[in-house]
Design a protein around this ligand. Structure first.
Ligand SMILES: Nc1nc2c(ncn2[C@@H]2O[C@H](COP(=O)(O)OP(=O)(O)OP(=O)(O)O)[C@@H](O)[C@H]2O)c(=O)[nH]1
Ligand SMILES: [Mg+2]
Length: 332
């Protein structure tokens, strides 16, 4: 796809996104996922003009009810919001409402709501790294002018801590079961939640789990005046979802009232993104580490054979990058 600089008579992808063109939106995300470097000028343009809609992140262990709860949140949001965007990373369960963008994964179960846009993303498909692809996709979501944006990631592996690099408000879902709280503590989930939810509160042990979470949160401590709430929900019926929506609103108001906290979070996110971009850029410039003719390969050999050390090699690589003639930067 060409941008306006190449074809003055054609609307740029960025302009099409900003007027909410769904075809361009879906195509752009597909290109981001496939690591297509030519999307970079559009992403740069959109990023610089963006930052309008804060992102709400939902994470938690597999099967805790993330997708069911997301459905409920989106339903409630839609009462006041015109358009809601949902990005689901590696979803294994379907959503019931909304248009599914892109035909790769079909999640629509019951009906289609033209005001809800759901895009799924698979970690397998993204060449430039899932975090990068998700982050760039959220830039596009933001530019689409959605009133609300939500990202769902499963709380295992890398993605649960990545979500704090995307979202202004992180919701951590916990199913009833004391052992699960211990698992969440181990996975670092307690550290990242702005709001905790004990979903499946119809099941035995919900009260105990809520108490265990309160304890873990108190132990975590925080310098922020934000009182981290624990909300009990039953996503399958919608019980407790009103309170959750209220808490999301309260957290947003807190971030607006305390710009120092918002900026601190934004700076941390910007740093994570920047380091990610540097990493991607190094990889694209230095090529595949397994390529026997690439610069990585011989350096790794030298480290293994102790002819050099990792510290010196890192400096060598940075010098090599600085010497490389400007090339079109890779998507990061
Ligand atoms: N009893 C009960 N079941 C629920 C509740 N919420 C969700 N479920 C059920 O729990 C199962 C998993 O829910 P999902 O929403 O798919 O959970 P998820 O966290 O998105 O799952 P993954 O995407 O696979 O990680 C489904 O069968 C839901 O119907 C609830 O509040 N109570
Ligand atoms: Mg799910």
């Amino acid at each position: 796809m060409r941008t306006s600089s190449n074809s003055p008579n054609t609307e740029s992808a960025g302009a099409a996104i900003e007027r909410g063109d769904l075809r361009t939106f879906a195509r752009l995300i597909t290109r981001i996922e496939s690591g297509d470097e030519s999307v970079l000028p559009t992403l740069q343009e959109l990023y610089r003009r963006g930052g309008k809609t804060p992102v709400v992140g939902v994470t938690g262990p597999p099967g805790s009810g993330k997708s069911t709860l997301t459905d409920q949140i989106v339903r409630k949001w839609r009462i006041a919001a015109n358009r809601v965007g949902v990005l689901a990373i590696d979803p294994s369960s379907p959503f019931s409402g909304g248009a599914i963008l892109g035909d790769r994964i079909r999640m629509s179960r019951h009906y289609s709501d033209p005001g809800v846009f759901i895009r799924s993303m698979s970690s397998r498909g993204s060449l430039g790294g899932l975090a990068s692809a998700a982050s760039d996709t959220l830039t596009v979501f933001d530019a689409m002018g959605f009133d609300q944006i939500l990202i769902e990631t499963v709380g295992i592996g890398q993605s649960e801590t990545d979500i704090m690099n995307f979202a202004q408000t992180v919701i951590v879902i916990q199913p009833p079961g004391a052992g699960d709280v211990v698992q969440s503590i181990k996975a670092g989930l307690i550290e990242i939640g702005d709001i905790f939810v004990v979903n499946k509160s119809d099941m035995p042990g919900a009260e105990k789990t809520a108490a265990a979470l309160q304890e873990a949160i108190a132990f975590r401590g925080s310098s922020s005046p934000w009182q981290i709430p624990v909300v009990k929900t039953q996503a399958s019926t919608g019980e407790g979802v009103d309170e959750l929506i209220q808490q999301i609103g309260k957290h947003h108001a807190h971030m607006t009232l305390h710009p120092e906290h918002r900026i601190q979070k934004q700076r941390r996110q910007a740093l994570a993104r920047l380091l990610d971009c540097i990493n991607e850029l190094m990889r694209t410039r230095l090529g595949n580490p397994d390529d026997p003719n690439g610069p990585f390969h011989s350096l790794i050999d030298a480290i293994v054979e102790r002819r050099t050390d990792p510290h010196q090699s890192a400096l060598t690589i940075l010098e090599q990058i600085a010497e490389l003639a400007p090339v079109s930067p890779g998507v990061c």
